[in-house]
Design a protein around this ligand. Structure first.
Ligand code: ADP
Ligand code: MG
Length: 258
């Protein structure tokens, strides 16, 4: 099982949209996929049709009470895609875990390689707190959605510093699988400029696939289905399929069979 954290401390940059749609694309290619919702807002859970009222157990139980993860995982209506949902009480987890020695490793301990999944995607909250730290400690690699806007590079350097610190102190195996440019608007000169700057700064770390600003991507969650199912032909869905293919091509061979 390859574990991929989807993180960026900024809110509204497309983390959850990326998590949902890449998870759906990977599941559609036959990969047994687990989506872990680590954001107390639970948008990833809602976005694949698991509403708050139906979430009995959650990532909170796994992190705070060490509940065996498979006792909390739910199936979704999407074949090959399971969910560890998030509930509101996750917002208290950082405080509740503060005195625990292994507080950064609770997710890592739960995501054992023998759970039966090929891939696990972890949707992070918009901060670099303990929840995101759990994701970075529990992941093999990181996917960073980056919105093409003025302060994008500044936020990114803070994130990359955090990754370096995590690599030094917590998880020396953590890699970065790539940076995905999101909400790209061809008609906007600034997004184009930012995209060029990011690419010239970071080269191959940036995925070739760019996710366009696309209204279907923002409509889909209110229907409780990923855009890839809501409208699989829209520009946003096609971009996420291309991103998933590119992601697969970047994964080490040996992981694919694991
Ligand atoms: P994050 O998880 O980083 O906070 P989201 O994925 O929730 O970001 O996206 C923030 C908002 O923008 C949501 O309303 C989402 O539907 C919308 N959105 C995300 N990506 C796109 C896109 N490429 N085009 C249009 N709207 C998008
Ligand atoms: Mg989110």
């Amino acid at each position: 099982m390859i574990r991929i954290a989807i993180a960026n401390q900024k809110g509204g940059v497309g983390k959850t949209t990326t998590a949902i749609n890449v998870a759906t694309a990977l599941a559609a290619t036959g990969w047994k996929t687990l989506l872990v919702d680590l954001d107390p807002q639970g948008n990833a859970s809602t976005g694949i049709g698991v509403y708050a009222a139906d979430r009995e157990r959650s990532s909170y139980d796994v992190l705070v009470d060490r509940m065996p993860i498979m006792d909390a995982v739910m199936t979704s209506r999407i074949p090959n895609l399971d969910l560890l949902p998030a509930t509101q009480d996750l917002s208290g987890a950082e405080v509740e875990l503060v005195g625990e020695e292994d507080r950064a490793y609770r997710l890592s301990q739960a995501l054992r390689p023998d759970l039966g999944y090929d891939v696990c995607l972890i949707d992070c909250p918009p901060s670099l707190g303990l929840l995101t730290l759990n994701a970075l400690c529990g992941a093999d690699t990181l996917l960073v959605p980056l919105q093409c806007e003025f302060f994008a590079l500044e936020g990114l350097s803070q994130l990359l510093q955090t990754v370096e610190r995590v690599q030094q102190r917590f998880n020396s195996d953590l890699g970065i699988i790539g940076i995905a440019l999101t909400m790209f608007d061809r008609r906007n000169r600034l997004t184009e400029q930012v995209s060029e700057d990011v690419r010239s700064c970071l080269g191959n770390l940036v995925f070739e696939t760019t996710i366009p600003r696309n209204v279907r991507l923002s409509e889909a969650p209110s229907h409780g289905v990923p855009a890839l199912i809501y409208d699989h032909t829209c520009a946003g869905s096609r971009a996420y399929m291309a991103l998933a293919r590119e992601l697969l091509s970047r994964l080490p061979e040996k992981r694919k069979a694991a």
